[in-house]
Design a protein around this ligand. Structure first.
Ligand SMILES: C[S@@+](CC[C@H](N)C(=O)[O-])C[C@H]1O[C@@H](n2cnc3c(N)ncnc32)[C@H](O)[C@@H]1O
Length: 226
């Protein structure tokens, strides 16, 4: 499968940003983000989990020790930084260069899939969110911390106007309708908590119940055949 020009543009942008990324985000990190990220420690469940768009590894300190975690990013330079952070923290995370729009994992591989501030920059977010659903187990959990387009009419329009400049500079879209994208990808929303107006949100979702039933039917028929 070919790589789109938007995908090439975005990963190059993050390769270029990697060296400044932690510095640029430091004020937000200190006052808000770190606190929001700390929720991951309780909410990542099961034996295995996947983080997509790990970036420089800012979530690593909140990974529960007992869960086997794989983390991917399509920017080699961001991953290098995550690797250094993992070494310092003594984290066992498995880091891999991969595109969330084309995951190399088999179906139903992970109990928890999660991402923080990623789907604003994934070139085809619905495709990426569908891939996450594919690799998430039927009873699994999806955690997302994301900024999104505000619903306020004026503010929304302002975000639309400023967006092309932010994309050019940072690779991130500030006017993504990520809640709509999560639903379009077929996730069933369990929780939608607004953390900074309706711009930054903590979302929890699960694969649709029909898929759980389908898997259960398949499982039952396999048992009957044995
Ligand atoms: C805004 S940064 C957030 C990094 C990190 N999650 C955090 O909370 O600090 C977005 C990250 O997503 C990665 N990313 C964007 N699109 C991706 C894709 N299609 N596949 C894998 N990683 C992607 C970027 O390379 C970048 O590291």
């Amino acid at each position: 499968m070919g790589t789109s020009s938007k995908t090439v543009f975005t990963h190059k942008r993050y390769d270029r940003l990697a060296v400044f990324y932690d510095f640029l985000e430091a004020p937000f990190e200190r006052y808000r983000f770190a606190n929001w990220r700390s929720r991951l420690a309780d909410r990542i469940v099961g034996d295995s989990a996947l983080e997509v768009g790990v970036g420089t590894g800012k979530n690593l300190p909140y990974y529960p020790r007992k869960v086997k975690i794989t983390a991917i990013d399509f920017s080699r330079r961001m991953l290098e930084r995550a690797r250094k952070r993992a070494l310092v923290l003594g984290s066992m995370v498995q880091l891999q260069k991969m595109d969330v729009q084309q995951l190399a994992f088999p179906d139903n591989s992970f109990d928890t899939v999660f991402a923080t501030f990623v789907f604003c920059s994934v070139p085809e977010p619905v495709k990426g969110l569908k891939e996450l659903k594919r690799v998430c187990r039927p009873n699994g959990r999806h955690l997302l911390l994301e900024h999104m387009r505000p619903s306020n009419l004026l503010l929304g329009r302002l975000f639309d106007v400023v967006n092309p400049m932010v994309v050019r500079m940072m690779g991130a879209n500030i006017n993504r309708r990520t809640m709509d994208n999560i639903k379009k990808a077929g996730w069933q929303i369990l929780k939608d908590e607004q953390l900074a107006g309706d711009i930054v949100r903590w979302v929890e979702a699960k694969p649709p119940s029909s898929r759980t039933c389908l898997s259960k039917d398949r499982h039952d028929s396999q048992i009957r055949r044995k």
